[in-house]
Design a protein around this ligand. Structure first.
Ligand code: ZN
Length: 196
């Protein structure tokens, strides 16, 4: 049986490719010469919230939009080989990364790999089924978030201090509000990220 998700995606892609037009001529380096590091949250669409078209900018996404080693790897490539000159770190309100800590997810995984459930009243996670878990999660740093403003500032600071990141790249810190669609500035983060 074909998965409905798979067939929906392939149908949508066929329609997209039909009108691909001038996009076939796009250059590899981002035309507007900037990069955004943001969360994978399905409610965030960086192309829409930041006004991007294909070919405009790099968008690096992970759970939380955190400045992990791999996010920094992408940012360094973005500048060094593909010429971006300004970077944004954009976290968001109501992020799933605020809803657990390392111990919670590691314990859940230790018990079962199947999707856990969140009780909306208590904000506690539980496994609907048990067994077949794995202890490997205890060895992972999950980069959870306690405060969005703090996490944006922390991540900008980590990128700013990285020895492979040139000091003349400004790094701006923002929190996207999922209720309004607005980018809310985090002045403390942008101050940390200012170009020298
Ligand atoms: Zn998120």
């Amino acid at each position: 049986m074909t998965s409905k998700i798979l067939s929906d995606v392939l149908d949508a892609n066929a329609k997209y490719a039909e009108n691909f037009g001038e996009k076939s001529e796009l250059a590899l380096p981002p035309a507007r010469r900037f990069a955004i590091l943001t969360c994978m949250d399905a409610r965030l669409d960086p192309a829409k919230y930041a006004g991007l078209s294909e070919g405009d900018a790099h968008v690096i996404r992970n759970a939380g939009g955190r400045a992990t080693d791999d996010a920094i790897r992408s940012l360094v490539i973005s500048h060094k080989l593909l010429g971006t000159l300004e970077w944004f770190v954009i976290h968001h309100t109501n992020c799933g990364m605020e809803l657990f800590c390392d111990e919670v997810i590691s314990d859940l995984l230790d018990d079962s790999l199947a999707t856990a459930a969140l009780d909306p009243a208590t904000l506690k996670w539980s496994n609907p089924q048990h067994g077949g878990g794995c202890a490997a999660g205890h060895f992972i740093k999950w980069h959870t978030i306690k405060s969005q403003e703090e996490s944006v500032a922390q991540d900008v600071a980590r990128i700013r201090a990285h020895p492979l990141v040139p000091k003349n790249i400004p790094i701006y810190g923002y929190v996207y509000d999922v209720r309004t669609g607005k980018l809310v500035h985090v002045p403390k983060a942008t101050e940390i990220g200012k170009a020298i």
